[in-house]
Design a binder for this molecule. Structure first.
Ligand SMILES: Nc1ncnc2c1ncn2[C@@H]1O[C@H](COP(=O)(O)OP(=O)(O)OP(=O)(O)O)[C@@H](O)[C@H]1O
Ligand SMILES: [Mg+2]
Length: 303
């Protein structure tokens, strides 16, 4: 697998106010996005996600460090033509209809009118926007604007999609559609980098994530490797009389008449309790390994 994006030692500081105050938005960030993966850039408000995306797109210049996009150092017009971008706060032309906006975007890439019409209709269908296609954008809801923004990002069938908060403003059905769309695009070989606050969405679809806090990269890794560690086991035991655990470390989380829900720290205690089940005549109904969620991991990092 080759690398679609390499960020090496990128820093960016903003100066604001009459008496200039420095805001360190990115501090020595290095990360790579592999071709064909879905990469999630996660972090709380003000972490530097949008700043990083703007640097990748050459909308702002980092103070130091280098960025290579689709095999070329930025700024690269070749790389830019293979990219689709959805901004965090898309600026749309209020008086254009959805269809006109998509047409305008397709034309910016130099498509002829036949290709433009074909592509616009495909995108309107993909995002279920045919009915609203000829309505002015100022009459769109937030979710509809987000959909038309995504359609615009995909209009030129980009190799690499960069999406700043693509789930924002979408209801659960809309978010699932965007997740499914990203998985579908990945299966067709596209690379996706997106920022998000919605960790459950990131956990479901990302191959790898990076957690950014106050401009610093806290961790990068595959979702599997970050959350695979088993923290404990939960066991459900059915017993007519109170089971005796003979000093095996455990915690009773809940109990009903004949059911006990136990938490044990490791597989050793699971085996020890299994061994007791025959002599004490209790049944084991379930054994469920407990893993950290991406959310728990994230909350631990942003403290
Ligand atoms: N043009 C600018 N001028 C001054 N400060 C800026 C500018 N752009 C960003 N910042 C500051 O840089 C920091 C990072 O901002 P950024 O927008 O990258 O965060 P973010 O992770 O995208 O946050 P959010 O989740 O709210 O979108 C913040 O402290 C922000 O105030
Ligand atoms: Mg942002």
């Amino acid at each position: 697998m080759s690398t679609a994006l390499t960020i090496s030692g990128v820093s960016k500081t903003f100066k604001t106010g009459f008496i200039p105050k420095k805001i360190v938005a990115l501090e020595n960030i290095s990360l790579e996005v592999e071709q064909g993966e879905i990469f999630g850039l996660l972090g709380p408000n003000g972490a530097g996600k949008t700043t990083a995306i703007k640097c990748i797109l050459s909308l702002i210049r980092p103070d130091s460090g280098t960025i290579e996009l689709l095999g070329s150092p930025i700024p690269s017009s070749r790389a830019k033509s293979r990219i689709g971008f959805l901004s965090e706060n898309p600026y749309v032309y209020d008086f254009l209809s959805g269809r006109e906006y998509l047409r305008f975007s397709a034309r910016l890439y130099g498509n002829d009118s036949a290709t433009t019409e074909k592509r616009v209709n495909e995108m309107l269908a993909l995002f279920h926007m045919e009915e609203a296609a000829d309505r002015q954008l100022k009459k769109y809801s937030k979710g509809m604007l987000q959909r038309i923004g995504l359609a615009q990002a995909l209009i030129n069938n980009p190799d690499f999609l960069i999406l700043d908060e693509p789930m924002s403003g979408l209801d659960p059905v809309g978010r699932k559609e965007v997740r499914d769309l990203m998985i579908d695009l990945k299966s067709k070989g596209h690379t996706i980098l997106f920022s998000s606050h919605i960790l459950s969405d990131a956990e479901l679809i990302c191959d790898r994530v990076a957690i950014l806090v106050r401009g610093k990269l806290q961790m990068t890794g595959s979702v599997q490797s970050l959350i695979k560690k088993i923290e404990a086991y939960e066991m459900t035991i059915v017993s007519q009389s109170a089971p005796l655990f003979n000093g095996i470390p455990h915690e009773i989380i809940a109990r009903s008449e004949s059911q006990y829900l136990l938490k044990v720290p490791s597989i050793e205690e699971v085996h020890a309790i299994l061994a007791l089940s025959a002599s004490q005549h209790f049944a084991i109904e379930s054994i469920v390994p407990q893993r950290k969620t991406l959310e728990q991991l994230y909350l631990g990092q942003i403290k």
